[in-house]
Design a protein around this ligand. Structure first.
Ligand code: GLA
Length: 350
């Protein structure tokens, strides 16, 4: 029997850049998916502590439930290795749907657990690709590689500066000069999330087609005039967001939290106005926080259309949050949640 934990993640900046060969700057957080894996005598057994339910399968195949993240990983591993029937027990304190990549955490935990149990000769980078493929090909979400990569490679105390074009990465110390990161979960879960996400991907592919480029890395601001209005906005976001990631890395290295905060607000404006993946609840929270002098920066993060807001605050946020919660609840009839997030190491056996 082996036990593995894989963390959720937040992304400081670099949103909707990972499927455009761009830069991202995530870090893993101290919320984990925990799996226990052992050999099973006959059938596959996938148990969720949350649902108090075991899914039993003779052979790995689609379940149309959360277990598809587990089965997807097994199916992809099966292309190369013979995997005997297993019992996989899952528990998790990673909030679902709030942009913390609970699905990537589950995939990596299962993949790493199977690797350890069966001594499979697979590197961490290969596991990242396998899990990314499981999500794209088996589950059907066309996500970029940021989530799986950060769940695998993050290191406590550091942000992971990743170039998604080359998969080269660097650890940047989370030098926040006493400020802290929080996440406010808007409580909004939008079904249009994955359809609009896939739509943005198609728009980006169209941009490259129109400009006859193989990668966003070959696209320059001066060329965007050739694009229709909506696509020009999308492309401008990607180019400027990449630039903001580089500036954020600098700001972190200098411990310049004011600059870091400004970049977060700028990223939010761009996601709202140019990439159009925000929502009124998120805009309300960010606008509210922007008027408070102790809050240095805030932005929607993850896929968008709800989910979480990353906040950088120079003082504890709890008191302000109580006021915000009253205003927000009265307006939107949804209860937001506040979480303080600390950085953590990537997937590991325990
Ligand atoms: C989701 C995807 C990521 C990334 C973000 C947007 O979280 O899973 O791959 O594309 O959206 O930056």
């Amino acid at each position: 029997m082996v036990e593995v934990i894989a963390p959720g993640r937040v992304n400081i900046i670099g949103e909707h850049t990972d499927y455009n060969d761009g830069f991202v700057l995530p870090f893993a957080i101290n919320k984990y998916v925990h799996v226990r894996i052992s050999k099973s005598s006959k059938n596959w057994e996938i148990y969720s502590e949350k649902f108090r339910d075991t899914i039993t399968l003779e052979k790995p195949g689609k379940t149309y439930t959360w277990a598809d993240y587990v089965v997807g990983v097994v199916k992809i591993l099966n292309e190369k290795f013979e995997i005997p029937p297993l019992r996989i027990e899952v528990r998790s304190d990673v909030p679902v749907g709030a942009g913390f990549s609970s699905s990537a955490a589950l995939e990596l935990a299962v993949a790493w657990g199977i690797r350890e149990l069966l001594n499979l000769p697979v590197t961490k980078k290969e596991m990242v690709h396998l899990c990314h493929r499981a999500e794209n090909e088996f589950v059907g979400t066309r996500c970029g590689v940021m989530d799986q990569f950060s769940v695998a490679f993050s290191r406590k105390g550091f942000a992971l500066f990743l170039d998604t074009a080359t998969l080269e990465y660097e650890y940047v110390p989370l030098n926040l000069n006493g400020a802290r990161f929080y996440v406010i979960d808007t409580g909004v879960r939008r079904s249009l999330r994955s359809s609009e996400y896939n739509r943005r991907r198609e728009e980006c592919e169209e941009i490259l087609r129109i400009l006859s480029k193989g990668s966003f890395r070959e696209v320059f601001m001066s060329e965007l005039e050739q694009l229709p209005d909506a696509l020009r906005k999308r492309a401008r976001h990607v180019l400027e967001e990449n630039e903001r990631v580089l500036q954020t890395v600098e700001a972190l290295r200098e411990g310049n939290v004011e600059k870091l905060g400004e970049l977060l607000y700028a990223s939010h404006r761009s996601l709202r106005d140019l990439y159009e993946v925000s929502c009124r609840e998120a805009d309300y929270i960010v606008g509210w926080l922007e008027r408070r002098s102790t809050v240095l920066g805030a932005r929607i993060f993850g896929g968008g259309f709800g989910g979480g807001i990353l906040v950088l605050s120079s003082t504890p946020l709890e008191e302000l949050f109580t006021d915000l919660m009253k205003d927000y609840l009265a307006r939107f009839k949804v209860t937001p949640q506040l979480l303080q997030v600390d950085s953590a190491d990537g997937v590991k056996r325990i």
